[in-house]
Write a protein that binds this ligand. Structure first.
Ligand code: NOJ
Length: 530
């Protein structure tokens, strides 16, 4: 039973939907809002409490929705505002809340604000974006590079200035020093919150405020992480500025006016100590912040335990972690952590659902869906198109949800070509797993159900417990012990007194333990101790 004193988002399991790849209700090969409505039964059956939708707002799709041309209207090929309202209502009837993706760092270059901004140096919205003069030799104003590679500046020949874009040139960065921009976003938040949206996942929320003086980033050194070395510079001035916290506090005040409580989840690709800062004092900035050191850690006990312990130690009192293994930008965990091995997929789900914090699953995680490499001619992600073959981009993690085997995979009409290839629908699909009680899908559902009825697993404190090499063991609350053998050898845990509530080997469910416990490779147990 959930503790009624806890805000819903602490005890919730959230689920990310990439709408274009979830389910297609009008046979055009692209998923849409109608498709999400049609599959709410699946989400309810699975037991999720909230869905976060990657952008559904108007976009020319240079970056598939992350280039917004109207923040308060629905992209026509994904549906209508009426369908969105219907989704919120139908999901609500099933106890599922709907969260949207907010993209405040940049807009599309087609957004009327930017069209106006670039029209002249004196346009009323010139200062809504980051414009700067060329250097004396005509070069960009500073050395910043885009996260998608190449210079972060593009010259606008008509007005003779450069504009800043931390992603594609089609995604000009807004100027968050401008008060009108801040006020305008307050209105955008309220627009959706008033429609019943339960909160937002905030795109690259760590970089929205830039150095006011546009200083050069310092060069990377050998001590810096891979990304800094790849770009040749430390991202000191083009993001992670202290002033971003003013904006987050402002949004926390906006959401704080709503009941039931709304939630702000930040995309915060930073180290754990910096991550902690995005929670403010624990009660005045983000409610949840995605933990990238966890997502990118190898699937090894020491590495993952280290990130979790750091997170537990560094987050301010009152803050609540979020745990996720896959999203539309990162390789899916069934591939990255589990290499397609069902035992490891089960272990990863057990980990995500038994840590202290809010788990956020990505569509397909519940069936152990892995990445599906997309042929060069079918690439859709601009980053893959630009860098193939050095980097194939993010399409492999965005391929459509396989609902059943066969042409169309239940995602779209059998005769329709999906916007991205479907992958091996016979090898992995929802329908087949639903009729197999031993499937990953049933495992995921049973874990969600156990979590829902076990307050210790929802809100109990985390404490690491001594375990042999390769094994990660932790206590939750007063009575629960979680043990995971993340190694390919059998391991034995010292004396345990208790009952197995669920095990990756379902034959052990209910087993009573008294004394040493052996674990096969990749085996995990949730034990209620005595
Ligand atoms: C992060 C999003 O998750 C990613 O898909 C997008 O390309 C960038 N931000 C830019 O919005």
């Amino acid at each position: 039973m959930s503790d009624p004193g806890e805000p819903w988002w602490r005890t919730a399991v959230l689920y990310q939907i990439y709408p274009r790849s979830f389910a297609d209700s009008d046979a055009d090969g692209q998923g849409d809002i109608g498709g999400i409505i049609a599959h709410l039964d699946h989400l309810q059956w699975l037991g999720v409490d909230g869905i976060w939708l990657s952008p559904i707002t108007v976009s020319p799709n240079a970056d598939w929705g992350y280039d917004v041309a109207d923040f308060c209207a629905v992209q026509p090929d994904l549906g209508t505002m009426a369908e969105f309202d219907l989704l919120v209502a139908r999901a609500g009837e099933r106890g599922i809340r709907v969260l949207l993706d907010l993209v405040p760092n940049h807009t599309s270059d087609q957004h009327p604000w930017f069209v106006d901004s670039r029209s002249s140096r004196t346009s009323p919205r010139r200062d809504w974006y980051v414009w700067a003069d060329p250097r004396a030799d005509g070069a960009p104003p500073n050395n910043w590079v885009s996260s998608f590679g190449g210079p972060a500046w593009t010259l606008d020949p008509a007005t003779g200035q450069y504009y800043l874009h931390n992603h594609l040139a089609e995604q000009p960065d807004l100027n968050w020093w401008n008060d009108e921009v801040r006020t305008c976003f307050d209105t955008i938040l309220a627009f959706w919150l008033d429609r019943g949206v339960a909160g937002f996942r905030i795109d690259v929320c760590n970089i929205i405020v830039k150095d006011a003086q546009l200083r050069d980033n310092p060069p990377a050194t050998e001590e810096d992480d891979f990304e800094a070395q790849l770009f040749g510079q430390r991202p000191v001035y083009n993001g992670n500025r202290p002033e971003v916290h003013d904006v987050l506090r402002r949004w926390r005040r906006v959401t704080g006016r709503y009941r039931p409580p709304r939630v702000l989840i930040g995309e915060t690709p930073v180290k754990v100590d910096a991550l902690a800062a995005y929670y403010g004092n624990g009660d005045d900035e983000l409610h949840l912040a995605f933990n990238f050191p966890f997502i990118t850690a190898p699937f090894q006990a020491d590495a993952l335990r280290g990130v979790v312990e750091d997170t537990e130690r560094m987050l301010p009192p009152g803050a609540w972690p979020a745990w996720t293994g896959s999203n539309h930008d990162m390789s899916r965990f069934a591939t990255r952590w589990a290499d397609g091995d069902g035992r490891r997929v089960r272990a990863a789900l057990l980990m995500l659902l038994c840590l202290r914090g809010t788990p956020v699953l990505y569509q397909g995680d519940e069936i152990g869906l892995g990445d599906w490499p997309v042929a060069p001619d079918d690439l859709r992600d601009p980053v893959g198109v630009r860098y193939f073959p050095a980097y194939a981009g993010r399409d492999a993690m965005r391929t459509p949800m396989p609902w059943r085997r066969g042409p169309g995979g239940g995602f779209t009409d059998p005769g329709t070509r999906p916007w991205l290839p479907l992958g091996d629908t016979a090898g992995c699909n929802v329908d087949d797993q639903r009729s197999d009680p031993g499937s990953v899908l049933h495992w995921a559902r049973d874990l969600l159900a156990l979590r829902r009825r076990t307050p210790d697993l929802q809100t109990g404190a985390y404490r690491s417990v001594a375990a042999p090499d390769g094994v990660w063991a932790w206590q939750r609350g007063s009575r629960f012990l979680v043990v995971l053998n993340l190694g390919d050898h059998e391991a034995v845990l010292d004396s345990v007194e208790g009952d197995i509530r669920i095990g990756t080997d379902r034959g052990r469910d209910g087993q009573s333990l008294s004394g040493p416990v052996s674990l096969r490779e990749w085996e995990g147990l949730v034990i209620e101790t005595r």
